[in-house]
Design a protein around this ligand. Structure first.
Ligand code: SAM
Length: 274
């Protein structure tokens, strides 16, 4: 898969908007790729940041990259490993990357050429994304809320289908999550779903700290098996697992401290099959 090489102007992106939060996580992944021993090593993110005209120095000052780079790198790495495993077993897979933001997963994974990849996000985010990346025969972008049903009509059925949703489901209501899973399992014959879920406390905390943007959390995502008879739980792991690989001792210790508290299970990565 290829991405463009020309410069793009993102100076109009409003500070604090959803598009801006995607620039922050893109920046953190790019930053992490430049460390001596990267965990994720997202060179595609670094190339994208180099092409974007935006005040990344301000993002650098406020996003605490020295420690926060690992929040995104550890989570993305585990999901990448699960994705790579699926496409190795199913080189004819269709991949739906929901709530993709500006993530370069489709470019940083070495995908078999027969994989068909769809990056899906809200229209405003996809409009920005289209300035960065070109569509190809094997790489498409869809600008739609995942809570709509029509976008699914664009996706061919009959092939093993992998659904990846990183940092997405917590922004939907429980009803919307249930309906999305049902639409996916109704439309596609078989595949896997990889997604992170936040603690049941997350929406309550969000009411106090982040104006209620986190709408849904769950005590244990294994409960979702009972929501939908087609879903079978495979495995789960806290997003912070793997913190031992952090190279800087001081930062590793901070993560170790968090790991020793119930906060380690705040964000959990889940793998289901259907
Ligand atoms: C925290 S960002 C994560 C982006 C990306 N997955 C990453 O890890 O960098 C959440 C993304 O979910 C998208 N999102 C939220 N609600 C959505 C919806 N109903 N439909 C599609 N995308 C949605 C947002 O636009 C945003 O790009």
């Amino acid at each position: 898969m290829t991405s463009r090489t020309s410069q793009v102007d993102f100076t109009g992106v409003r500070w604090g908007s959803v598009e801006w939060t995607n620039l922050v996580t893109l920046y953190l992944r790019a930053y992490e790729s430049r460390s001596r021993r990267p965990i994720l090593g997202d060179k595609a993110a670094a190339e994208a940041v180099d092409r974007i005209n935006y005040d990344f120095r301000r993002i650098h000052r406020t996003s605490l990259p020295a420690s926060n780079q690992y929040l995104v790198a550890l989570r993305a790495k585990q999901l990448d490993d699960w994705c790579a495993d699926f496409v190795a077993r199913h080189p004819d897979a269709v991949v739906l990357h929901l709530g993709c933001g500006l993530d370069s997963r489709a470019f940083r994974l070495a995908l078999p050429p027969s994989v068909l990849w769809f990056d899906v996000d809200q229209p405003g985010v996809i409009e920005l994304r289209r300035r960065l990346y070109d569509e190809t025969e094997h790489y498409r972008m869809i600008g739609s809320s995942v809570t709509e049903s029509k976008w699914l009509d664009q996706i061919a059925t009959g092939r093993p289908t992998l659904v990846v949703a990183e940092g997405l489901l917590m922004y939907l209501s429980e009803g919307e999550v249930r309906q999305l899973l049902e639409r996916l399992t109704d439309r596609f014959d078989c595949g896997e779903m990889l997604f992170d879920t936040t603690s049941a406390l997350a929406p309550l905390l969000s009411k106090v700290l982040t104006k209620g943007i986190t709408k849904w959390g769950i005590r244990d995502a294994r409960e979702m098996e009972s929501w939908n008879p087609r879903l079978r739980f495979l495995e789960q792991t806290p997003a912070l697992a793997g913190y031992q690989k952090i190279e800087t001792t001081a930062v590793r210790l901070i993560y170790k401290l968090v790991w020793a508290t119930p906060m380690r299970a705040y964000d959990v990565l889940n793998r289901f099959e259907y």
